[in-house]
Design a protein around this ligand. Structure first.
Ligand code: SF4
Length: 200
């Protein structure tokens, strides 16, 4: 598994202050992607022992809410095993911290992947520039969904995502997701507004 950067006090890619691991490799080729340099799975640096130690030291800070896996796509085939192992180790080491994952795949394609048992929130779907909206919470285009993974997987139909928050952070239980997800509301989402890595 290879990566481009570790950012250590990020406010734009999930609730609270977060450590973000920007992984190399993405096949989605979204128009207006902000990070085309991350598409090559052979690019960047090897995620070696030193990088992992740096990441865990950053996560150990009391003010850090958790880890966000972004890129690139953490679910690119070159990253799936490494990302799953890393997410598992993070949850075992810091059970009180959350793991967020940004991916260009749709939830319906990935909900059964083993990594999902270690992910709290998954932002799914490719960036679609015709659906871009800078006011969206944690995502770049309206087709994307901010999914509460544990609640979804333990729900009646885990293929139908329960959402972590609404598009703009409002607690409108009747609002409808563009792809038909149900909503659950987490007030933590109000605290920190921002946009996803895959905002184009
Ligand atoms: S926007 Fe995200 S999913 Fe799309 S090409 Fe860029 S990194 Fe990949």
């Amino acid at each position: 598994m290879r990566y481009h950067n570790i950012t250590k006090d990020d406010m734009l890619n999930g609730d609270g202050l977060r450590v973000v691991l920007w992984l190399a490799g993405c096949d989605h080729c979204c128009k207006d992607c902000h990070n085309p340099l991350t598409w090559d799975p052979e690019g960047g640096l090897l995620f070696d022992r030193a990088a992992k130690e740096e990441l865990f030291a950053a996560l150990d800070k009391s003010y850090i809410s958790g880890l966000t896996l972004s890129g690139g796509d953490p679910l690119h085939p070159a990253n799936r095993l490494g990302a799953r192992r890393l997410a598992q180790e993070v949850k075992e080491t810091f059970p009180q911290k959350t793991v967020w994952l940004y991916t260009g795949y749709l939830w319906e394609e990935i909900w059964q992947l083993p990594i999902m048992q270690y992910v709290d929130v998954c932002v799914d779907g490719e960036f679609q520039r015709d659906k871009k909206d800078n006011k969206l919470l944690w995502k770049g285009s309206k087709n994307q969904r901010v999914i509460a993974v544990s609640a979804t997987l333990s729900g009646e139909n885990p293929r139908i995502p329960l959402l972590h928050c609404t598009d703009y952070g409002e607690s409108d239980e009747e609002a409808v997701s563009p792809l038909g997800g149900h909503r659950i509301w987490d007030s933590r989402a109000l605290a920190d507004r921002g946009r996803s890595a895959c905002e184009g």
